[in-house]
Design a protein around this ligand. Structure first.
Ligand code: NAP
Length: 249
């Protein structure tokens, strides 16, 4: 799975699945842009950069809130200044604001759609200009199985992830003639801070619905993203790959 010397931006990569993708890419020879959203919270991102440097790979940390198109433009500019090109974009940044629909506030809806869907629009639009000129590139969107099957208490989140899957397929069709592939990965329940919030009862109930009888690990997702980013997947576009222990089959 060589991605030697490729330049990759991974949004929201200071922790969780994004961090694991950044480390996996770096271990396979890529140059990494570790993105984080909040001023004054560079510590985790810088720690990931240090881990990457320990692997003898190159990395920088860049602050950009994906919901802000000006900050995204600056992220692209900084990446090109440092590394000249952009080969891979992973739209990983995501949030949850879970509530039953009757209790969901407008701001719970807006913030989730803003980060999970508009964020991917902002970054993909900005990066695609560069990739179209290069006539080469690959974009991987981190969706979710709940975008395929729905989930009570996650109307906002599942709508954002279903939207991201539709976005993936449309952009894949638009970009194919420029040799740019666009795919999505749909994780099931993966052990990160996002799932740490769930009670033991909920986790037990969820695990009972997973044929492989366990939660997934960030590395399980990172391995699939690495495959999609590599030349081994060069004839795959507009695809959604579930990494869910069989949950949504
Ligand atoms: P996580 O541990 O909560 O990490 C989310 C990352 O996104 C953090 O680095 C966070 O930065 C960043 N982020 C949040 N808002 C952002 C913004 N506006 N701009 C840029 N970055 C932003 O979550 P995770 O579990 O690793 O999830 C990663 C992705 O996988 C998400 O898209 C999620 O929806 C998806 N996913 C996760 C699961 C799961 O079970 N864990 C399942 C399916 C899909 P801060 O650290 O500064 O907050």
């Amino acid at each position: 799975m060589q991605i030697e010397d490729k330049v990759a931006i991974i949004t929201g990569s200071s922790r969780g699945i994004g961090r694991e993708i950044a480390l996996k890419f770096a271990a396979n020879g890529a140059k990494i842009v570790v993105n984080y959203p909040v001023d004054g919270e560079a510590e985790n991102a810088e720690a990931v950069v240090d881990e990457i440097k320990d692997l003898s790979a190159e990395a920088i940390a860049v602050k950009a809130d994906v919901t802000d198109s000006e900050e995204v433009t600056a992220l692209i500019k900084e990446t090109r200044k440092e590394f000249d090109k952009i080969d891979i974009l992973v739209n990983n940044a995501g949030i949850t604001r879970d509530k039953l629909l009757m209790r969901m506030r407008e701001k719970d809806w807006d913030s989730v759609l803003d980060v999970n869907l508009k964020g991917a629009f902002n970054t993909t639009k900005a990066v695609s200009r560069v990739m179209m000129k290069q006539r080469e590139g690959t974009i991987i969107n981190i969706a979710s199985v709940v975008g395929l099957m729905g989930n009570a208490g996650q109307a906002n989140y599942s709508a954002s992830k279903a939207g991201l899957i539709g976005f993936t397929k449309s952009v894949a069709r638009e970009m194919a003639k420029r040799n740019i592939t666009v795919n999505a990965v749909a994780p099931g329940f993966i052990e990160t801070a996002m799932t740490d919030e769930l009670s033991d009862d909920v986790i037990e109930e969820m695990t009972a619905n997973i044929p492989l009888e366990d939660l997934g690990q960030p590395e399980d997702v990172a391995d699939t993203v690495l495959f999609l980013a590599s030349d081994a997947a060069k004839y795959i576009t507009g695809e959604v790959i579930r990494v869910d222990g069989g949950m949504a089959m």
